[in-house]
Design a protein around this ligand. Structure first.
Ligand code: CTP
Ligand code: MG
Length: 227
């Protein structure tokens, strides 16, 4: 089975508060996006990479990608869902039926995690996503930010990417829901809205999403750790 990777990279990185959009921050010799493309290229079943970028992005042309498969830039949208939908549309036009959606901001994905989620998805009716069982005790806060109580963390997972699904299911979901919802922060949500239940594949904590100031430093430690 051939799979297209779709990498949404059209966000502004508001929470990161960096001058340069976070997907272009340098981690050693490579940008975040260059690391991410390298990571997602590590599975031979990935045959093309569609990257959604902002229409006024001056940085993408300066990128140097180390990837054996073709890289196609598509115009992203105002929400993550719109950006991913644009990539999926191009992948479908090129004949792909399965897509692996992976955040540009997750450069520390390993080949083993990728292999597991792709293999699980392709053997499943619905597909699969990497996710982490919640490790910390969860608190519910009052309006004055006092701890009102704990929330049972059994059955709670943090969604990561890659998320590997049939393009047709995603497109059916976006048709019903629309893509202009900022709260549609992953693709599994789209399938869940259709009543489908993707498989959760236990991932690793090292597959962080660079989100807040300091996360780039953590990513450098993870990428260059040789212990
Ligand atoms: N993304 C996108 N198009 C958008 C919004 C987000 O392609 N309109 C991408 C981001 O570039 C990122 C991924 O979706 O790789 C995950 O989103 P997030 O971490 O929230 O990135 P941003 O939206 O850029 O950051 P923030 O929410 O802090 O503004
Ligand atoms: Mg965002």
């Amino acid at each position: 089975e051939q799979v297209a990777a779709v990498i949404p990279a059209a966000g502004i990185g508001q929470r990161m508060q960096s001058e340069l959009p976070k997907q272009y921050l340098k981690l050693g010799g490579r940008s975040v996006l260059e690391w991410t493309v390298r990571a997602i290229s590590q599975d031979p079943r990935i045959r093309a990479i569609y990257i959604a970028i902002s229409p006024d992005d001056p940085y993408f042309q300066q990128q140097h990608f180390a990837s054996a498969c073709p890289i196609v830039a598509v115009e992203g949208g105002a929400t993550r869902a719109a950006s991913v939908a644009a990539g999926v549309e191009r992948a479908v036009a090129d004949g792909f039926t399965w897509v692996a959606v992976h955040d540009a901001a997750r450069p520390c994905l390993t080949a083993a995690e990728l292999e597991q989620v792709v293999t699980t998805a392709l053997a499943d009716e619905v597909g699969a996503l990497l996710a982490l069982p919640v490790a910390d005790t969860l608190k519910r806060s009052s309006k004055t930010r006092r701890s009102e109580g704990s929330v049972a963390r059994e059955h709670l997972w943090q969604a990561q990417t890659p998320q590997v699904f049939r393009a047709a299911d995603l497109q059916r979901g976006w048709q019903q829901l629309g893509t202009d919802h900022p709260q549609l922060t992953d693709e599994a949500s789209v399938l869940e809205a259709l009543g489908l239940q993707p498989q959760l594949v236990p991932g690793r904590r090292s597959n962080i999403k660079i989100t807040q100031p300091g996360d780039d430093a953590i990513a450098r430690l993870l990428l260059f750790d040789d212990s």
